[in-house]
Design a protein around this ligand. Sequence first.
Ligand code: ADP
Ligand code: MG
Ligand code: MG
Length: 865
Amino acid sequence: MKQIYFFSEGNKDMRQLLGGKGANLAEMTRLGLPVPAGFTITTEACHEYQRNNNKLSNSLIQEIDNALIKLSKNTNKKFNDTVNPLLISVRSGAAISMPGMMDTILNIGLNDKSVVALAKITNNERFAYDSYRRLLAMFGNVVYGISEEIFDQVLTDTKKNNNYKSDIELTTEDLKSIVERFKEIYTKEAHKDFPQNPEDQILAAVNSVFESWDNNRARVYRKQNNIPETLGTAVNVQTMVFGNAGEDCGTGVAFTRNPATGEKNLFGEYLLNAQGEDVVSGVRTPQSIDTLQSSMPKIYGQFADIAQKLEDHYQDMQDLEFTIEHGELFLLQARNGKRTPEAAVKIAVDLVNEGLIDKKTAISRIDPESISAMLHSDFDKEELKNHRELTTGLPASPGAASGQVYFTADTAKEAHDNKHQKVILVRQDTSPEDIEGMVVSEAIVTSRGGMTSHAAVVARGMGSTGVVGAHELQVDYKNKVAKINDTVINPGDWISVDGTKGKIYSGQIPTSEAVIKGDLSILLNWAKEISDMGVYTNADTPADFQKALDFDADGIGLTRTEHMFFKSERLLQMRRLILAKDATGRKDPLEKLLAMQQNDFYEIYKLSAGKSVTVRLLDPPLHEFLPHDAKEIKLVADELGENVEDLENRIDSLKELNPMLGHRGDRLAVTFPDIYQMQVRAIINAVLRLKDEGIEIKPHIMIPLTDSKSEMQWVRNLVENQIKELSSDVEYQVGTMMEMPRACVTANQIAEVSDFFSFGTNDLTQLTFGYSRDDVGSFMPEYIKQGILPNDPFQSVDIEGVGELMKMAVDRGRQTKSQLPIGVCGEVGGDPKSIQFFDKIGITYVSCSPYRIPVARIAAAQATI
Ligand code: ADP
Ligand code: MG
Ligand code: MG
């Protein structure tokens, strides 16, 4: 098995084998771009390593040796050479990019001898020892697990003792003594010396990169981003180029478009006389790439050309790493850049308009779930006036959020998990170790670092709010306190963060709603054109429906009329109705409820403007309407003109042990037919009233909880007789809610008496699993943790079980009526993964809460593509 590919042998389509970084280094080499020579050890070698009990096999070691010999021939440099020593980096790189999650070591090949040679050949002793101290720190951390802080402390102390402001002021003598101190740290912390032999260094480094696939932060990241554990990582071995060899050297990162807004211009940062991670780690505040245009115009021009070339080539926004060595430009990495949801949408639309991609490609690049992040939040303008602006930093990731401040990932996570607090992580800077705390935070704030710092990149990636480089903020980890000028912030204090403007405010500020406009609305229209599935809304009130219409819902898939009954005044009438002794007693409350329902329906129909509206007749168990306490019972008794004791007896007789499996849905229709009759009257009266106003409505009436054809037939007769009593020329449909396993099995029969189906996946899931959906909290988390369930089936449809029943119902229903419209109106109707499945089994439309509509719209289009 070939376990090593030189960059010149690979290409961009080999990312499974070479990892993303390796495949793109190969592709750039193929395109003739200036990439330092090197080779990639494959992900298959990583699997082999894992099978071999986490040891490098002899055959791999042999292949690495051969590759190094070839590399030294190509570069005219040699390991251990006293004239021109070969130095390399060992870089991790999985098939799916996991920025900063795994390890990389630079300057491998340096030792006590070659450092002298490097100083001589470059005529730069300071540079040579700067590189050496970096190798010692990285190698010590990655290979021997010595804490970075121990090495950092030595640097900090040296700077402090000499009154230096930054690393560049360190002298050659300082660096030499730092190198000695670092070696002592090895002895003290790891009881081992730094390996002087470059071959030993590289093998240990490769071993550690393979091992780093399994470190905690990488595992958390993979879980968070649904990256399979089985992928493994490749390892890249690459000749070093030096950004830290003087003032005509530097290193930087840049995006071909702005990753926060999507605007088309080079966006990035660089540092002169610096190496590798200096830019992203926030140790020094980098300069904007724009200034490179004036300081190194030739390099800037060359870089801008390459950036454009790569974007055209990959047809997507690129995230690039580069290094300048004595006025010569090198590319070290290219990948599709992470971006905010806003930027993702703008870039997708722009690329279509620029003719680089088509609409389907544009839509397929959008993560539907991320759209929901675009739909909330800006601070309420009026409320904002009552809050003090504390300071401003860089607007790293847009959005607005309030939360309680914590200074460490652990305490933030603790407050979130155990105290259910909304938390904001406030730090000097963040590193990959903080990932678990960042995941749970509403917002991330740092005092140091730039727009491409770790904190900024991660916040954008997660779609959470972020402000970085807020210089007035001082975080004192030791005393667990932060200060912004005169304001003292303790753990647990509330602050508010505006990631769009980069501002930080004191206290908690309510956020206001977003509207869909601009590029998002263009993209959603394309999605609508492309998809063959409708997106309806579940809306119980005119206000909900209006919101859904603003989000361009195709209609209402479910109006739950019971929500209208639980308002206090109606509840009283409902109680009078179900507790009345006889039909005469029911008359007055029925009339009152009729008037109110009629108005509800009128308003909703009026808004609908031709879009279809499906009203579901009353479903909740009678039990839920019963008065509980003495005061409520007395009130109802008075209204009914009865004594309390009689009423209490009747209440007892209506109480149920399993209300959700009891007296509800069409069972209620059979025992209390006048309730459904009243609702149908309300619907038809509303329709007739609108007809007078010149608006034509074709009501869709949905019957919940149906088990069988005979039951559906019975309720259908009830409904139709009532309609006919009121009018002979209303066009209507009466359909079934599919939520009983028995109904799915007998769907061919039920279809004979139904004009449409709509899956109520909540009840269907509840009854298929036998889980009471109101009680799952006591065991579901454990089931997911133990891997018994892959996820909560109430949030994402259980394809194997519930999904199979749905498929059966669709197939059998359409055996009877080939054109039967079939919707889904449960919680999972707005879940992208479920939507994918629904499209496959031929669902006509999904229906979800107003805020999920844009998410569902994109998912529906992706399912169609
Ligand atoms: P990550 O996956 O964390 O980005 P990288 O492997 O890209 O890790 O390397 C970390 C840093 O080191 C980057 O800034 C990269 O550009 C720099 N670097 C890696 N290899 C070399 C090299 N051969 N010469 C110069 N700089 C390098
Ligand atoms: Mg990188
Ligand atoms: Mg139901």
